[in-house]
Design a protein around this ligand. Structure first.
Ligand SMILES: NC(=O)C1=CN([C@@H]2O[C@H](COP(=O)(O)OP(=O)(O)OC[C@H]3O[C@@H](n4cnc5c(N)ncnc54)[C@H](O)[C@@H]3O)[C@@H](O)[C@H]2O)C=CC1
Ligand SMILES: Nc1nc(O)c(N)c(N[C@@H]2O[C@H](COP(=O)(O)O)[C@@H](O)[C@H]2O)n1
Length: 227
Protein backbone atom coordinates (compact mmCIF):
# COMPACT_ATOMS: atom_id res chain seq x y z
CA UNK A 1 0.00 0.00 0.00
CA UNK A 2 1.12 3.55 -0.67
CA UNK A 3 -0.23 7.05 0.06
CA UNK A 4 -2.15 9.16 -2.45
CA UNK A 5 0.70 11.07 -4.11
CA UNK A 6 0.38 14.46 -5.76
CA UNK A 7 3.02 16.74 -7.21
CA UNK A 8 2.99 20.52 -6.94
CA UNK A 9 5.37 22.45 -9.12
CA UNK A 10 5.70 25.99 -10.46
CA UNK A 11 7.12 26.48 -13.94
CA UNK A 12 7.67 29.38 -16.31
CA UNK A 13 5.66 29.80 -19.54
CA UNK A 14 8.53 27.98 -21.30
CA UNK A 15 8.43 25.04 -18.89
CA UNK A 16 11.40 25.72 -16.59
CA UNK A 17 11.30 25.33 -12.82
CA UNK A 18 14.48 27.33 -12.12
CA UNK A 19 17.48 28.83 -13.92
CA UNK A 20 20.24 26.89 -15.66
CA UNK A 21 22.37 27.48 -12.52
CA UNK A 22 19.55 25.75 -10.57
CA UNK A 23 19.02 28.91 -8.55
CA UNK A 24 15.66 29.17 -6.78
CA UNK A 25 13.43 31.76 -8.45
CA UNK A 26 9.99 33.11 -7.65
CA UNK A 27 7.54 31.81 -10.25
CA UNK A 28 4.31 31.73 -8.22
CA UNK A 29 2.44 34.86 -7.16
CA UNK A 30 0.94 35.66 -3.74
CA UNK A 31 -2.29 33.70 -4.23
CA UNK A 32 -0.47 30.65 -5.50
CA UNK A 33 1.86 30.67 -2.49
CA UNK A 34 -1.26 30.76 -0.26
CA UNK A 35 -2.75 27.81 -2.19
CA UNK A 36 0.50 25.85 -1.85
CA UNK A 37 0.54 26.53 1.89
CA UNK A 38 -3.05 25.24 2.17
CA UNK A 39 -2.48 22.01 0.23
CA UNK A 40 0.69 21.44 2.26
CA UNK A 41 -1.28 21.88 5.50
CA UNK A 42 -3.82 19.34 4.20
CA UNK A 43 -1.08 16.76 3.56
CA UNK A 44 0.35 14.22 5.98
CA UNK A 45 3.82 14.52 4.50
CA UNK A 46 5.83 16.66 2.05
CA UNK A 47 8.70 15.19 0.01
CA UNK A 48 11.61 16.73 -1.91
CA UNK A 49 14.80 15.40 -3.50
CA UNK A 50 18.26 16.21 -2.19
CA UNK A 51 18.88 18.37 -5.29
CA UNK A 52 16.15 20.72 -4.06
CA UNK A 53 17.50 20.76 -0.50
CA UNK A 54 20.99 21.67 -1.75
CA UNK A 55 19.74 24.25 -4.28
CA UNK A 56 16.91 25.93 -2.36
CA UNK A 57 17.41 25.03 1.31
CA UNK A 58 13.60 24.91 1.79
CA UNK A 59 12.03 24.54 5.21
CA UNK A 60 8.77 23.10 3.79
CA UNK A 61 6.95 24.36 6.87
CA UNK A 62 3.33 25.53 6.85
CA UNK A 63 3.61 29.32 6.82
CA UNK A 64 0.11 30.45 7.90
CA UNK A 65 -0.37 30.50 11.69
CA UNK A 66 -4.10 29.86 11.15
CA UNK A 67 -3.37 26.67 9.20
CA UNK A 68 -0.80 25.61 11.82
CA UNK A 69 -3.40 26.14 14.56
CA UNK A 70 -5.98 24.11 12.59
CA UNK A 71 -3.55 21.22 12.31
CA UNK A 72 -2.87 21.44 16.06
CA UNK A 73 -6.61 21.40 16.85
CA UNK A 74 -6.87 18.22 14.76
CA UNK A 75 -4.20 16.63 16.97
CA UNK A 76 -1.50 16.82 14.29
CA UNK A 77 1.97 18.36 14.36
CA UNK A 78 1.91 21.93 13.04
CA UNK A 79 4.02 20.83 10.06
CA UNK A 80 3.53 17.68 7.99
CA UNK A 81 6.18 14.98 8.09
CA UNK A 82 9.04 16.25 5.93
CA UNK A 83 10.85 13.72 3.76
CA UNK A 84 14.12 14.05 1.81
CA UNK A 85 15.12 11.50 -0.86
CA UNK A 86 18.87 11.46 -0.47
CA UNK A 87 20.78 8.37 -1.73
CA UNK A 88 24.15 9.38 -0.36
CA UNK A 89 23.13 11.16 2.87
CA UNK A 90 24.19 14.60 1.59
CA UNK A 91 21.57 16.54 3.57
CA UNK A 92 23.46 19.19 5.57
CA UNK A 93 22.71 18.61 9.28
CA UNK A 94 21.97 22.35 9.59
CA UNK A 95 19.55 22.43 6.60
CA UNK A 96 16.40 24.51 7.21
CA UNK A 97 14.23 21.43 6.75
CA UNK A 98 15.87 20.02 9.90
CA UNK A 99 16.21 23.30 11.84
CA UNK A 100 12.85 25.02 11.22
CA UNK A 101 9.36 23.98 12.24
CA UNK A 102 8.06 21.01 14.17
CA UNK A 103 7.33 17.34 13.65
CA UNK A 104 9.00 14.34 12.09
CA UNK A 105 11.76 14.55 9.48
CA UNK A 106 12.64 11.47 7.46
CA UNK A 107 15.79 11.20 5.35
CA UNK A 108 15.58 8.25 2.97
CA UNK A 109 19.05 7.06 1.98
CA UNK A 110 20.34 4.04 0.04
CA UNK A 111 22.65 1.30 1.28
CA UNK A 112 25.46 3.12 -0.59
CA UNK A 113 25.32 6.14 1.75
CA UNK A 114 28.57 6.68 3.69
CA UNK A 115 28.02 5.35 7.23
CA UNK A 116 29.62 8.37 8.89
CA UNK A 117 27.17 10.78 7.23
CA UNK A 118 24.26 8.48 8.08
CA UNK A 119 25.31 8.49 11.76
CA UNK A 120 25.42 12.32 11.75
CA UNK A 121 21.95 12.51 10.22
CA UNK A 122 20.54 10.02 12.71
CA UNK A 123 21.14 12.65 15.43
CA UNK A 124 18.78 15.12 13.73
CA UNK A 125 16.29 13.01 11.75
CA UNK A 126 14.79 9.56 11.26
CA UNK A 127 16.93 7.82 8.69
CA UNK A 128 15.36 5.13 6.51
CA UNK A 129 17.50 2.89 4.28
CA UNK A 130 15.78 1.78 1.07
CA UNK A 131 17.48 0.67 -2.13
CA UNK A 132 21.06 -0.23 -2.97
CA UNK A 133 22.37 2.72 -5.05
CA UNK A 134 19.51 5.17 -5.41
CA UNK A 135 16.55 5.32 -3.07
CA UNK A 136 13.85 2.71 -3.72
CA UNK A 137 10.78 4.95 -3.97
CA UNK A 138 8.04 2.26 -3.78
CA UNK A 139 9.67 1.02 -0.58
CA UNK A 140 9.79 4.53 0.92
CA UNK A 141 6.12 5.09 0.03
CA UNK A 142 5.20 1.79 1.69
CA UNK A 143 7.11 2.79 4.84
CA UNK A 144 5.37 6.19 4.90
CA UNK A 145 2.01 4.44 4.55
CA UNK A 146 2.86 2.14 7.48
CA UNK A 147 3.59 5.30 9.51
CA UNK A 148 0.14 6.69 8.79
CA UNK A 149 0.88 8.91 5.79
CA UNK A 150 -2.15 8.78 3.49
CA UNK A 151 -1.66 12.00 1.53
CA UNK A 152 1.80 12.92 0.26
CA UNK A 153 2.73 16.17 -1.48
CA UNK A 154 5.86 16.14 -3.65
CA UNK A 155 7.44 19.58 -4.11
CA UNK A 156 10.21 18.62 -6.55
CA UNK A 157 12.62 18.76 -8.11
CA UNK A 158 12.52 17.50 -11.66
CA UNK A 159 14.66 14.40 -11.09
CA UNK A 160 12.54 13.10 -8.22
CA UNK A 161 9.26 13.92 -10.00
CA UNK A 162 10.45 12.03 -13.10
CA UNK A 163 11.36 8.97 -11.01
CA UNK A 164 8.01 8.94 -9.24
CA UNK A 165 5.89 9.58 -12.31
CA UNK A 166 7.80 7.15 -14.56
CA UNK A 167 7.35 4.41 -11.95
CA UNK A 168 3.58 5.01 -11.84
CA UNK A 169 3.69 6.43 -8.31
CA UNK A 170 1.88 9.75 -8.91
CA UNK A 171 -1.90 10.24 -8.80
CA UNK A 172 -2.23 13.94 -9.62
CA UNK A 173 -0.17 16.95 -10.53
CA UNK A 174 -0.67 20.67 -9.95
CA UNK A 175 1.31 22.84 -12.34
CA UNK A 176 1.37 26.58 -11.79
CA UNK A 177 2.42 28.32 -15.01
CA UNK A 178 4.01 31.70 -14.32
CA UNK A 179 4.12 34.66 -16.70
CA UNK A 180 7.81 34.66 -17.54
CA UNK A 181 10.31 32.97 -19.82
CA UNK A 182 13.42 31.58 -18.08
CA UNK A 183 15.03 29.75 -20.99
CA UNK A 184 18.17 27.65 -21.04
CA UNK A 185 18.42 24.14 -22.47
CA UNK A 186 19.91 22.96 -19.16
CA UNK A 187 17.39 24.65 -16.87
CA UNK A 188 15.39 22.04 -14.92
CA UNK A 189 11.85 21.15 -15.95
CA UNK A 190 9.01 19.49 -13.98
CA UNK A 191 10.12 16.02 -15.12
CA UNK A 192 13.79 15.57 -16.00
CA UNK A 193 15.55 12.22 -15.73
CA UNK A 194 15.89 9.89 -18.73
CA UNK A 195 12.62 10.68 -20.49
CA UNK A 196 10.54 8.23 -22.53
CA UNK A 197 11.44 7.28 -26.10
CA UNK A 198 8.15 5.79 -27.22
CA UNK A 199 4.72 7.40 -27.25
CA UNK A 200 3.25 4.18 -25.92
CA UNK A 201 5.25 4.73 -22.72
CA UNK A 202 4.12 8.33 -22.12
CA UNK A 203 2.25 8.89 -18.87
CA UNK A 204 -1.21 10.08 -19.87
CA UNK A 205 -2.95 12.82 -17.89
CA UNK A 206 -6.51 14.00 -17.68
CA UNK A 207 -7.17 17.71 -17.27
CA UNK A 208 -9.24 18.20 -14.14
CA UNK A 209 -9.03 21.97 -13.50
CA UNK A 210 -7.56 25.13 -15.04
CA UNK A 211 -7.86 28.42 -13.23
CA UNK A 212 -6.26 31.83 -13.82
CA UNK A 213 -4.27 32.71 -10.71
CA UNK A 214 -2.19 35.82 -10.01
CA UNK A 215 -0.84 36.64 -13.48
CA UNK A 216 -0.48 32.99 -14.48
CA UNK A 217 -2.49 29.80 -14.67
CA UNK A 218 -3.01 26.90 -12.28
CA UNK A 219 -3.58 23.56 -13.99
CA UNK A 220 -4.54 20.35 -12.20
CA UNK A 221 -4.02 17.01 -13.90
CA UNK A 222 -5.07 13.53 -12.81
CA UNK A 223 -2.82 10.70 -13.87
CA UNK A 224 -4.75 8.28 -16.06
CA UNK A 225 -4.26 4.67 -15.21
CA UNK A 226 -4.05 2.73 -18.47
CA UNK A 227 -4.06 -1.04 -18.10
N1 LIG B 1 9.65 25.72 -9.22
C1 LIG B 1 9.40 24.70 -8.43
O1 LIG B 1 8.23 24.42 -8.12
C2 LIG B 1 10.52 23.90 -7.88
C3 LIG B 1 11.80 24.02 -8.38
N2 LIG B 1 12.80 23.24 -7.90
C4 LIG B 1 14.12 23.34 -8.52
O2 LIG B 1 14.54 22.05 -8.95
C5 LIG B 1 15.96 21.97 -8.90
C6 LIG B 1 16.36 20.73 -8.16
O3 LIG B 1 15.93 19.60 -8.87
P1 LIG B 1 16.88 18.37 -9.16
O4 LIG B 1 18.28 18.86 -9.32
O5 LIG B 1 16.27 17.61 -10.26
O6 LIG B 1 16.87 17.55 -7.80
P2 LIG B 1 15.76 16.74 -6.97
O7 LIG B 1 15.30 17.61 -5.88
O8 LIG B 1 14.78 16.13 -7.87
O9 LIG B 1 16.66 15.61 -6.31
C7 LIG B 1 17.17 14.59 -7.12
C8 LIG B 1 18.23 13.80 -6.39
O10 LIG B 1 17.60 12.91 -5.45
C9 LIG B 1 18.42 11.79 -5.29
N3 LIG B 1 17.65 10.54 -5.47
C10 LIG B 1 17.83 9.44 -4.73
N4 LIG B 1 17.05 8.44 -5.12
C11 LIG B 1 16.34 8.92 -6.15
C12 LIG B 1 15.36 8.33 -6.97
N5 LIG B 1 14.95 7.08 -6.82
N6 LIG B 1 14.86 9.09 -7.95
C13 LIG B 1 15.23 10.36 -8.12
N7 LIG B 1 16.17 10.99 -7.37
C14 LIG B 1 16.72 10.24 -6.39
C15 LIG B 1 19.52 11.85 -6.32
O11 LIG B 1 20.69 12.31 -5.66
C16 LIG B 1 19.01 12.88 -7.30
O12 LIG B 1 20.05 13.55 -7.94
C17 LIG B 1 16.44 23.23 -8.23
O13 LIG B 1 16.92 24.11 -9.22
C18 LIG B 1 15.19 23.80 -7.57
O14 LIG B 1 15.25 25.20 -7.49
C19 LIG B 1 12.59 22.34 -6.91
C20 LIG B 1 11.35 22.20 -6.37
C21 LIG B 1 10.21 22.92 -6.84
N1 LIG C 1 5.02 26.77 -5.63
C1 LIG C 1 6.25 27.27 -5.82
N2 LIG C 1 6.41 28.43 -6.48
C2 LIG C 1 7.64 28.91 -6.71
O1 LIG C 1 7.76 30.07 -7.36
C3 LIG C 1 8.78 28.24 -6.25
N3 LIG C 1 10.02 28.75 -6.45
C4 LIG C 1 8.55 27.03 -5.53
N4 LIG C 1 9.59 26.35 -5.05
C5 LIG C 1 9.37 25.31 -4.06
O2 LIG C 1 9.09 25.84 -2.78
C6 LIG C 1 10.08 25.45 -1.87
C7 LIG C 1 10.29 26.56 -0.85
O3 LIG C 1 9.90 26.08 0.38
P1 LIG C 1 9.98 26.99 1.72
O4 LIG C 1 9.30 28.28 1.40
O5 LIG C 1 11.41 27.16 2.07
O6 LIG C 1 9.25 26.20 2.71
C8 LIG C 1 11.28 25.17 -2.76
O7 LIG C 1 12.24 24.34 -2.29
C9 LIG C 1 10.60 24.49 -3.90
O8 LIG C 1 10.24 23.19 -3.52
N5 LIG C 1 7.28 26.58 -5.35
Amino acid sequence: MRPYVFVNVAMSADGKISTKERRQVKISGKNDFLRVDRIKAESDAVMVGIGTVLADNPSLTVKSQQLRDERKREGKDEDPVRVVIDSHARTPPDADILRKGTGTRIIAVSAAAPQERVEHLKKVANVVVAGSESVDLPEVLAILYQHGVRRLMVEGGGTLIWSLISQGLVDAMYTYIGSMVIGGRDAPTPADGEGFLHESDFIRLQLSEAEPMDDGLLVRWDVRIIR
